[in-house]
Design a protein around this ligand. Structure first.
Ligand SMILES: Nc1nc2c(ncn2[C@@H]2O[C@H](COP(=O)(O)OP(=O)(O)OP(=O)(O)O)[C@@H](O)[C@H]2O)c(=O)[nH]1
Ligand SMILES: [Mg+2]
Length: 386
């Protein structure tokens, strides 16, 4: 049994997920939306039919269910096999309907009995926040108990997933908690005075050789964690179908056209199979070429859209490719308008454009949304390298 996180790309990086008896820590920098990672994994486990135990210390159960709902995850302890250990309500003197209610959440021993007991009847164990637990019960005592629970879970073959916010604890505590787990995913921000982006990376996993690559992500509501590509460029000759392509990919798209040709940027927002991307279409006319050079520099990948019936535009397309592909940006050629008579095949286009073997050419009909998501997936794979 593998516990899948359902976090885009993470399961691949972990070699399929969290194996039986192994443990995974989401180690989050304060201020970053790391808690969603644990919640998403819980949701994924529950909808996969697993019996999950959830040690809740962040909020009362109704608030937890509410934040799950905001993320688009309708969860209930009656419909799903969810055992909540409520380690919050008693803090504020509230009643609780949870099966396990911790009487004194300031005492780790009160959690101990509940955790040991749920391990007997669960396929996976989750902690909403081990840092909350530390704040209530002390760093040293919590760490000690966590080690004991992980050992017990390993013996029983139960996978454990926990969130942890890396507040300024003792260095020993921070090292200790990372050491205690089989795998650690670090979740942090890219800051430049303000936080401009969030990323995660697997910094440790003892059952697989995980690449330590940083993946940008975004949290969408509803939806949860999405892999995030801030910029993909769509270029190509005049009238090739770039604006149509951006529109076909996007949930929302804006194009500034005059008399049917683009005079400013197209912008689209793509949300497909766990990946969110901002897509920018460029105007095809030559007078906008300086813009193209400038734009290509900051994007993470390029679609080159060509009109498959218009071989005369191929030299121009080739030139645009060279302009944007400075320093080997991943690129996918979209052989558009395949529905029209006289459309050249992808192979023929490759030949005529003298494209290198490693540049994929994907047949498409942008007006009918055909091939556009194949092109998207192909480019995303190249950008993420997974
Ligand atoms: N038959 C067919 N027509 C298409 C297809 N894709 C786009 N078109 C048409 O081709 C014309 C140009 O499409 P646009 O999306 O505006 O092309 P563009 O590349 O953005 O054009 P510029 O911004 O002027 O460079 C429009 O009339 C589209 O409807 C396709 O797959 N098949
Ligand atoms: Mg256009």
């Amino acid at each position: 049994m593998m516990l899948k996180t359902g976090i885009p790309k993470l399961d691949e990086l972990l070699g399929g997920g969290v194996p039986a008896g192994k443990s995974l820590l989401f180690f989050t920098q304060p201020g970053i939306e790391g808690d969603v990672f644990g919640m998403q994994t819980l949701y994924n486990a529950l909808t996969g039919g697993l019996r999950a135990a959830y040690v809740l210390t962040m909020s009362p159960p109704y608030e937890f269910f509410e934040s799950m709902r905001e993320l688009g995850w309708e969860v209930s302890d009656t419909e799903h096999h969810l055992l909540v250990i409520d380690g919050y309500s008693k803090l504020i003197g509230m009643d609780s309907k949870a099966k396990y209610v911790v009487d004194d959440p300031y005492n780790i021993e009160n959690f101990d009995a509940a955790v040991r007991s749920v391990l007997e009847e669960s396929d996976a164990l989750f902690f909403s926040s081990l840092s909350d637990l530390m704040d209530m019960c002390g760093e040293v005592k919590t760490l000690e108990s966590v080690r004991a629970w992980l050992k017990l879970a390993a013996e029983k073959g139960v996978p454990v997933v926990a969130n942890f916010t890396a507040w300024p604890y003792d260095a020993e505590t921070l090292e200790g908690i990372k050491e205690a787990f089989n795998a650690v995913v670090k979740i942090a921000g890219i800051a430049e005075r303000i936080i401009i982006g969030q990323y995660y990376s697997v910094t440790k996993a003892d059952w697989v050789e995980a690449e330590e690559k940083a993946l940008l992500f975004k949290v969408v509501r509803p939806g949860g964690v999405r892999a995030y590509i801030p910029k993909i460029l769509v270029t190509g000759p005049y009238n090739a179908g770039k604006s149509t392509f951006v529109g076909a990919l996007s949930k929302r798209a804006v194009s500034v056209d005059r008399f049917g040709t683009t005079v400013a940027l197209d912008h689209g927002y793509v949300d497909y199979k766990g990946v969110v991307a901002e897509v920018f279409g460029t105007p095809g006319q030559e007078r906008f070429d300086p813009l193209l050079k400038w734009l290509g520099g900051e994007s993470m990948g390029v679609f080159l859209v060509v009109d498959s019936t218009d071989a005369e535009s191929f030299p121009r397309a080739r030139k645009m490719l060279e302009m944007t592909r400075a320093s080997g940006l991943p690129c996918v050629v979209v052989a558009n308008k395949q529905d029209l008579p006289g459309a050249l095949s992808p192979e023929e286009i490759r030949k005529q454009m003298r494209l290198e073997e490693d540049v994929p050419v994907i047949p498409a009909v942008a007006t009918e949304r055909k091939g556009v998501f194949e092109a998207f997936e192909t480019l995303v794979e190249r950008i993420m390298g997974i």
